[in-house]
Design a protein around this ligand. Structure first.
Ligand code: C5P
Length: 300
């Protein structure tokens, strides 16, 4: 009984970051891509005003189960704004494959999935625009997790527009031994980049996406947060080099890291690359994924 939603991880094919705004957030010009590494959120009825969450799978020990849990906050926000809060309750059960604090928007994707699952479970009259604005309130990456595909993000990342992109790309994701705190990475970015300017989407990346050719996309990948992530975890530099030596067309830290994303020419190359990276001891685990894939969707 209940509702199940599947939601993908994201990587940033470009992440251009400007100087901090008065509210502390950074203006971004980013290109998101949703990739086939999924968490699932199951929502079932609980007594009125009972909001509970349980988590299984990848990195469970690090996921808070109290009211700071982003999926729980999403459920409460939806109940408060679009339902009769006193009569609603939910039991969320999250099954995780996306690493926690990995730079893949794991927490944000769980919040997006919780919004969708609760809207369906409670049979609320809430349209896509309203869901998107609740998503933006919950976090910068949450609206993209609803949308999926390949999209350009602006504002603090919460304003998303689908991008023209051809083809399917083969990625190898290498998970770090330790997570990285997103605010800490942004703080180090500020220290390392006192002259940051207004961010712009790189034209070569958009051209590469239109071509559908991974050989064009590889050298066009970029991440302004990468120097900050490498500064906090210098061994990530060795991991990126190892991937390029093993034949990756492009390599970068994903978002605020520490997950590194490697682009392969095709599925066979991705298999070879993932074997090479899993045997060199520089990362905790390696997963293959393709992108783009759709955003959060009901699956039962
Ligand atoms: O929006 P979200 O809650 O995911 O952001 C987490 C943290 O990352 C923020 O509190 C902020 O420190 C940092 N951040 C930022 N600029 C952005 C997005 C996130 O400084 N555009």
């Amino acid at each position: 009984m209940g509702v199940r939603v599947r939601v993908p991880a994201k990587i940033n094919l470009a992440l251009k970051v400007g100087p901090p705004r008065p509210d502390g957030f950074h203006p971004l010009a980013t290109v998101y891509q949703a990739v086939s590494l999924y968490d699932e959120v199951h929502a079932s009825w609980a007594n009125p005003e009972e909001f509970e969450v349980s988590v299984s799978g990848e990195g469970v020990a690090q996921v808070p189960l109290d009211d700071s849990n982003l999926a729980l906050r999403a459920a409460r926000l939806l109940a408060r704004t679009h339902g009769d809060h006193d009569s609603l309750g939910v039991r969320l059960s999250i099954s995780k494959a996306i690493p926690v604090a990995g730079g893949l928007a794991g927490g944000s994707s769980n919040a997006a999935a919780a919004l969708l699952a609760c809207a369906a479970l409670w049979d609320l009259d809430v349209g896509p625009d309203a869901l998107r604005s609740l998503a933006a309130e919950l976090g910068s990456d949450v609206p993209f997790a609803l949308l999926g595909g390949t999209a350009v993000g602006s504002g603090r990342g919460e304003e998303v527009v689908p991008a023209l992109a051809r083809g399917t790309y083969h990625w190898v994701l290498a998970f770090g031994h330790l997570g990285l705190s997103t605010p800490a990475v942004y703080r180090r970015f500020d220290e390392l980049s006192p002259d940051a300017t207004v961010p712009e989407i790189p034209a070569d990346l958009m051209n590469a996406l239109r071509s559908g050719d991974p050989r064009q996309l590889g050298p066009a990948l970029s991440n302004d947060l990468q120097p900050a992530a490498l500064d906090l975890q210098p061994r990530l530099g060795l991991l990126l080099e190892a991937g390029l030596e093993a034949g990756a067309l492009g390599a970068m830290v994903s978002g605020s890291g520490p997950t590194c994303a490697f682009l392969a020419a095709d599925e066979a190359d991705a298999v070879e690359l993932s074997v090479a990276l899993s045997t060199d001891g520089l990362c905790r685990a390696v997963r293959r994924a393709t992108g783009p894939v759709v955003g959060a969707r009901l699956v039962g």
